[in-house]
Design a protein around this ligand. Structure first.
Ligand SMILES: [Fe+2]
Length: 212
């Protein structure tokens, strides 16, 4: 892998480490706060993960990168990951309401519009961050649900394992795409990663304005 991809991977992994290390301790969260994190996570992931991976596929030109993304999508659709996530949220009594959806609306819209620009290398970096974050977040998400009294853990069990391979695959796809479709000189490789990080921070740390 070339030096630019290795540097990007290190940066993305550091951003994920920081986000994971900054997670609030589950014992210090109220029942309501635990519920809200699961609900906002579901509001973002259930309807958008496949959409965003599809946007990335549409943008990607490299014949070595496209099969990696397709395989990822294949698994998402075949195994009905959105259905798995919905079961997880319902079992934890954390199915999102309009308030949960609105709490993440602004940052979610920014990520949607960004991926709509179909900038392949930036989109692949964004999805590599997403997969890497999800995989590292699974233990925490499962612990939140367990603290709510749920035992439905298929979603977190599946994603703690499969996303390790998916994250590696996305960095390989990023390297392949960069070689045929490099970034323009004024493009920031991490533009979408930064937008997605802000969205995941809203998922974890959002507090209703009324409380401030
Ligand atoms: Fe999935």
């Amino acid at each position: 892998m070339d030096a630019q991809v290795i540097a990007a991977q290190r940066k993305i992994e550091t951003m994920i480490d920081q986000l994971i290390q900054g997670l609030p301790r589950i014992g210090e969260l109220s029942r309501e706060e635990r519920r809200d994190i699961i609900a906002r996570y579901s509001a973002v992931l259930e309807g958008n993960f496949i959409y965003w991976m599809t946007a990335t596929l549409i943008a990607t030109q490299s014949p070595d990168a496209r099969p990696i993304i397709l395989e990822n999508l294949h698994e998402e659709v075949r195994d009905a990951h959105p259905a798995m996530l919905r079961r997880f949220a319902i079992a934890a009594r954390a199915y999102p309401t309009d308030q949960d959806a609105l709490a993440v609306n602004e940052d979610l819209t920014k990520v949607r519009l960004f991926l709509g620009r179909l900038s392949a290398v930036q989109s692949l970096a964004t999805m590599a961050f997403f997969e890497g974050f999800i995989q590292r977040f699974m233990g925490y998400l499962a612990a939140l649900a367990a603290a709510q009294g749920s035992t439905e853990m298929e979603y977190t069990d599946v994603h703690g394992v499969c996303d390790i391979a998916h994250t590696e695959g996305l960095f390989r796809a990023l390297a392949a795409e960069m070689s045929v479709n490099p970034l323009g000189p004024d493009q920031d490789l991490l533009e979408g990663v930064n937008l997605l990080r802000a969205l995941m921070e809203q998922v974890v740390f959002y507090r209703a304005a009324a409380l401030a």
